[in-house]
Design a protein around this ligand. Structure first.
Ligand code: PLP
Length: 396
């Protein structure tokens, strides 16, 4: 009997546990000093009323013999897939067939599971700093070649440089977690051209597309000519519609995307049908409700709430002289620590002096050192309070 020893190679995810340990110790020693958490990547606003109403109705369907649903279709109910296709793609000029859209329980699982359809003998390229799931899932599978880390720092505008060596699988996440920076259509076109020229596959994580405000930033990689022959796209209702606890997302694998003549769509369909049993009917009804007129408006209102928080943080930091990035197309604000401070030292400074908790950039990769992430997912009241504390402490 042998275990999968690749699991032993994964660096234990110390980032959030380390933060929790430090915060808990501080709270125990200073019970009179209330903490404000701007480090969380989880949403806090409740679901849209339209989603709640749809879920209640769906529960009633499950209670009635005539409308009860057993196993859902493996790739999603057709009414949800059609709503996704028309609203998220057709409306942006992207033509997809419904069979190219696979509904799932979220982008994290899909980003992790997609590795099943690729040989272990591929070279993977990831941004640095990075959403850790891309790295850890490849290590777990035992992908044998050294990973290519593409630094994203202020010097290159937080955009990875096209590699000089060949990368087979390229993870791109825009708008980016953690930097909050977006990619323009022109910049993304360079990646599509590289992938098509080299036979690479781009895994495009678009989990934060709902936060895009600028016209030259694509919501989908398929807005870029040539993307259907080189890219898979991951989407999620988590940050778009507050589904982090409900669980729903989807992945697009175009039929035109082929490796050695084999359609990746067929491989992903096989993978999902074998290892995944579909998303609950109640959840899919909630997801479909996001596309009604009222649902769209309610979701936009919630996004606007977080966007306002992001602006409050961004403007507040700027007014104190910080160098700040992100926020414009993202719920994340990425700041340069003052005087070249290490990101964990800056974490301690904020915690001990003003009781504000954020996330040290170094936790997302070596190129995150010297940076710090704040998020807009808290309440407006707490966000304003935290920014006041920052201004009082750092303001001139
Ligand atoms: N992709 C990125 C870049 C994320 O930051 C997150 C969540 O924080 C996810 C995917 C996970 O999304 P989901 O909740 O759909 O699993």
């Amino acid at each position: 009997m042998k275990i999968n020893e690749n699991f032993l190679k994964i660096q234990s995810s110390y980032l959030f546990s380390n933060i929790a340990k430090k915060v808990n110790a501080y709270v125990a020693a200073n019970p009179d000093k209330p903490i404000i958490r701007l480090g969380i990547g989880d949403v806090t606003r409740p679901l849209a009323d339209e989603c709640i109403t749809a879920m209640h109705k769906a529960v009633d369907h499950m209670a009635d013999e005539k409308t009860f649903m057993g196993y859902p279709p493996e790739y999603g109910h057709s009414w949800l897939i059609t709503a996704i296709n028309e609203n998220d793609y057709k409306s942006r000029g992207v033509e997809l067939d419904n069979s190219e859209i696979f509904v799932s329980d979220g982008a994290k699982s899909d980003c992790g599971n997609i590795g099943d359809i690729f040989s272990l003998d591929n070279r993977v390229a990831v941004c640095d700093p990075v959403y850790p799931v891309y790295v850890d899932t490849n290590v777990m599978m035992g992908r044998s070649k050294d990973m290519l880390y593409m630094p994203c720092t202020a010097e290159n505008g937080f955009l990875p440089q096209i590699p000089t060596e060949k990368a087979d699988i390229i993870y791109l996440c825009f708008p980016n977690n953690p930097t909050g920076m977006a990619i323009t259509k022109d910049e993304l076109k360079k990646w599509v051209d590289y992938a098509n020229a080299n036979g690479s596959v781009i895994l495009f994580d678009s989990a934060y597309e709902a936060f895009i405000t600028e016209d030259n930033v694509p919501h989908s990689i398929y807005e870029i000519e040539g993307a259907k022959t080189c890219a898979i796209e991951f989407r999620s209702f988590s940050k778009t519609a507050g589904f982090t606890g409900v669980r729903c997302g989807y992945t697009v694998v175009p039929h035109d995307l082929k490796v050695d003549g084999v359609e990746l769509n067929a491989l992903w369909a096989r993978r999902q049908a074998t290892k995944f049993n579909g998303v609950s009917y109640i959840t899919q009804r909630a997801a479909a409700a996001c596309y009604t007129d009222a649902g769209k408006q309610q979701i936009r209102d919630t996004i606007a709430y977080y966007q306002k928080n992001a602006k409050v943080i961004y403007d507040g930091l700027k007014s104190c002289g910080f160098t700040v990035y992100g926020a414009v197309n993202s719920p994340y604000v990425w700041l340069k620590t003052p005087d070249g401070m290490k990101s964990w030292d800056f974490f301690d400074l904020l915690l001990e002096n003003i009781q504000v908790v954020g996330t040290p950039g170094e936790g997302f990769g070596p190129s995150g050192e010297g940076y710090f992430r704040l998020t807009s997912f808290g309440s407006a009241e707490n966000t304003a309070k935290a920014v006041e504390r920052i201004k009082n402490y750092f303001g001139k």
